[in-house]
Design a protein around this ligand. Structure first.
Ligand SMILES: Cc1cc2nc3c(=O)[nH]c(=O)nc-3n(C[C@H](O)[C@H](O)[C@H](O)COP(=O)(O)O)c2cc1C
Length: 229
């Protein structure tokens, strides 16, 4: 049957997005990769990076040693990573990368395909720790954390502002190499509150994070990458 003027019928504006249309929609909102249903169930780490310079290099070094890692960047991580010498193209050579380009955290839909056995947030900013501790989910990392908890997928969160005095590495462009910060009571309290959240383990040093990842690999009968030291 023809359209109003006898031409081809207009597509139904109420039709749901499927197939190529759905893929284009997902790519516009930060997920340009093959559907998660193509990944074997329980096969991958969902590693979230937030806009923290503190322990960024140590966290990324650990992520590179793990098998099957997808990176999920907060918008702040997207901005901060290049300041520490980690540009998007460098990340894409090592990981599948998902960016925070939507209000609804579109790439989080991948969690429901059950491809991920573990969510990691490392490093986690004070901002992300606070949101996770109070059940807020308005960024890619905080949404992954919240949805993982609702699905019973364990999360490891490396909270960096956990000591009264934190000495942190400045961006490479900065005049001084190290900065001294004193987290406030509220930051320290938020870390303690985060420890009470279901399916969440809080780590407070690279050594603790490495040990928790090692335990997780053993539980999953997986191993660190062969080339890793
Ligand atoms: C160069 C740079 C380094 C930063 N380092 C930290 C940090 O170590 N810890 C932190 O809590 N915030 C840090 N921030 C601030 C966060 O990026 C900012 O609070 C941001 O809103 C966090 O968003 P996110 O938690 O969604 O990633 C840094 C910002 C910049 C520009």
């Amino acid at each position: 049957m023809g359209g109003a003027a006898g031409g081809p019928a207009e597509p139904d504006p109420r039709r749901p997005l499927v197939g190529d249309e759905a893929r284009r929609w997902a790519a516009d909102y930060g997920d340009e990769h093959a559907p998660a249903s193509e990944d074997p169930p329980g096969s991958r780490f969902a590693w979230c990076v937030t806009g923290s310079g503190h322990y960024l290099e140590e966290s990324m070094a650990l992520a590179q040693r793990l098998p099957q890692v997808d990176l999920f960047l907060s918008a702040a991580a997207d901005e901060v990573l290049p300041l520490y010498g980690m540009r998007l193209e460098w990340l894409r050579e090592r990981f599948r990368v998902f960016r925070d380009k939507s209000a609804s955290s579109v790439p989080v839909g991948r969690l429901y395909a059950e491809a991920y056995h573990t969510v990691v947030i490392a490093p986690a900013t004070s901002n992300t720790v606070a949101k996770c501790a109070y059940g807020l989910s308005d960024t890619l990392p905080t949404n992954l954390f919240a949805q993982a908890g609702k699905l019973g997928v364990p999360s490891l969160v490396f909270a960096c502002d956990t000591e009264p005095v934190v000495v942190t590495k400045a961006p490479r462009s900065h005049a001084t190499e190290w900065l001294t910060l004193r987290p406030r009571r509220i930051e320290l309290d938020n870390v303690e509150r985060l420890r009470t959240i279901d399916y969440c383990t809080v780590l407070t040093s690279p050594t603790e994070l490495e040990a928790a990842l090692d335990a997780r690999l053993k539980a999953l009968k997986l191993a660190w990458n062969a080339s890793s030291s």
